[in-house]
Design a binder for this molecule. Structure first.
Ligand code: BV8
Ligand code: ZN
Length: 308
C-alpha cells in the first residue's frame, strides 16, 4: 500500500472510510503500553517468569489452587492499577465512526471497556468474572484496598516466602517461577500463593473466570466473533502473536471471505505473510494515527478547513 497520511497507507485510509463492517481483533500487545505484561514478550512476558501455559490450565488449578489463584489475583491487581492507553481510546473512537465495528479480544482485562468501547467480545473470559469451580455461581471478590495490597507482596516478604518455598522443595515449584530468586529481587510486586475463596453457595473453590488451555471458548463469544470475521470488510489484528487457537483463525476467516486484513505489531507473526498491510509498530502509536488519517482529515474536509 503506497502514499501515506500520518504515515498510514492511503489505501488503508480509504478502505476504513468506506468500510461498513469492521472487526478489531486484539491480543495482549494492545495492553502492553498500559503496563500489562504480554505472554511472549521476551523481556517482560509472563512466560519468562512462569510457565504460563502450565499455570493457565484446569490441571494446575486442581493440583495447586493457591499458586494459580495467587497468580490471577496478582494479574487482576495489575489491571486494577492500570489505565487504558492511546490504542484502547483510538479503537473506542473508531467504533463511533464506523457503522458497525466489533471488538474481539483474547485479553482478560477490561481496558477496552474502560476506554469507552462497547459490546466487546471476550474470547478467553475475564479476570473480573470469577466463578465457582463446581456450581458455576458468580463470585464477587472483595476489592477493598486491604485486599489489593495484600495480593501485591512486598519485595522482602515475597523474596523470603519464595526462598522458604524453594527450601521446602514442594513439587508446586514446577508451577511457580523457576527463577523466583532472581525475579523476586527484580520485581517488588511479584504475586504470591493465595488460597481461592470458597463458593458461598456450595463451598467449592472459586476459580478465575478465564478460558484455560484445553477448555472450550464460550460458544456465544466464539460464534459472534466468527460471524463478524466472516462478514466484515476490514479486520485489524492488533498486538497478537497469532499463535493461540482457535482465536488465531479469525484473521484467516476474514481473508477467506475477501476482507482486507491489516496487522499492527512491532514484531513479525505468522500473519505477516497473509495480511494485506503490516504496520510494524506499537499499537498506542499507530492506532491514533489511523484514526486521525481516516477521520480527523475527513472531519476537517467537512469543516472546509482542508480539502481531503
Ligand atoms: C481449545 C486466558 C478446544 C487465560 C488464554 C488448534 C485448534 C484448536 C485448539 C488448539 C489448536 N492447536 C492447539 C490448540 C490448543 C490451545 C492452543 O492454542 N495452544 C497454543 C499454545 C498452540 N488452544 C486451546 O486450548 C483453546 N481451547 O482449543 O479448546 C477444545 C475442543 C473440544 C473440547 C475441549 C477443548 C483455549 C485457548 C485459550 C487459552 N487461554 N487466556 C489467561 O490469560 O491466563 S490464551 C492466552 O494467550 C492469553 O489470552 C493471551 O491473549 C494469549 C497469548 O496470545 P496473545 O494475546 O497474542 O499474546 P502474546 O503475548 O502471545 O503476543 C503479544 C503480541 O503483542 C506479540 O506478537 C508482540 O509482538 C505484540 N506486542 C508487544 N507490544 C506491543 C505489541 N503489539 C502492539 N503494540 C505493542 N505495544
Ligand atoms: Zn459453588
Amino acid at each position: 500500500m503506497k502514499n501515506t497520511h500520518h504515515d498510514i497507507p492511503s489505501a488503508l485510509i480509504e478502505a476504513l472510510r468506506n468500510a461498513q463492517r469492521v472487526v478489531v481483533f486484539t491480543g495482549a500487545g494492545v495492553s502492553a503500553e498500559s503496563g500489562i505484561a504480554t505472554f511472549r514478550d521476551a523481556l517482560t512476558g509472563l512466560w519468562s517468569r512462569f510457565d504460563a501455559q502450565a499455570l493457565a490450565t484446569p490441571q494446575a488449578f486442581r493440583e495447586h489452587p493457591d499458586i494459580v489463584w495467587g497468580w490471577y489475583e496478582w494479574r487482576r491487581a495489575q489491571v486494577l492499577r492500570a489505565a487504558p492507553n492511546a490504542a484502547h481510546y483510538a479503537i473506542a473512537a473508531l467504533q463511533r465512526h464506523v457503522p458497525a465495528l466489533t471488538i474481539v479480544t483474547q485479553n482478560v482485562d477490561d481496558l477496552h471497556e474502560r476506554a469507552g468501547a462497547t459490546k466487546v467480545v471476550h474470547l478467553h473470559g475475564s479476570l473480573h468474572a470469577p466463578r465457582c469451580s463446581a456450581c458455576g455461581a458468580p463470585h464477587v471478590v472483595d476489592d477493598g484496598p486491604a485486599t489489593v495490597s495484600s495480593v501485591i507482596g512486598t519485595h522482602a516478604e515475597a523474596h523470603a516466602e519464595t526462598h522458604a518455598e524453594t527450601r521446602a522443595g514442594s513439587n508446586a515449584d514446577t508451577y511457580a517461577d523457576t527463577h523466583a530468586d532472581t525475579h523476586a529481587a527484580s520485581n517488588a510486586d511479584e504475586g504470591r500463593r493465595i488460597p481461592p475463596p470458597a463458593c458461598t453457595q456450595c463451598g467449592a473453590p472459586v476459580r478465575p473466570g478465564v478460558v484455560w488451555f484445553g477448555e472450550s471458548l464460550p460458544s456465544d463469544a466464539w460464534s459472534t466473533a466468527l460471524h463478524a470475521a466472516q462478514q466484515c470488510d476490514l479486520l485489524f489484528s492488533i498486538g497478537t502473536s497469532a499463535l493461540v487457537y482457535p482465536a488465531a483463525e479469525l484473521p484467516q476467516r476474514a481473508l477467506a471471505a475477501g476482507a482486507t486484513v491489516v496487522q499492527v505489531n512491532p514484531n513479525a507473526t505468522p500473519l505477516d505473510a497473509h495480511a494485506h498491510c503490516n504496520l510494524h509498530g506499537a499499537a498506542a502509536d499507530i492506532m491514533p494515527r489511523v484514526l486521525a488519517a481516516a477521520f480527523d482529515q475527513r472531519d476537517e474536509g467537512l469543516k472546509g478547513d482542508h480539502a481531503p
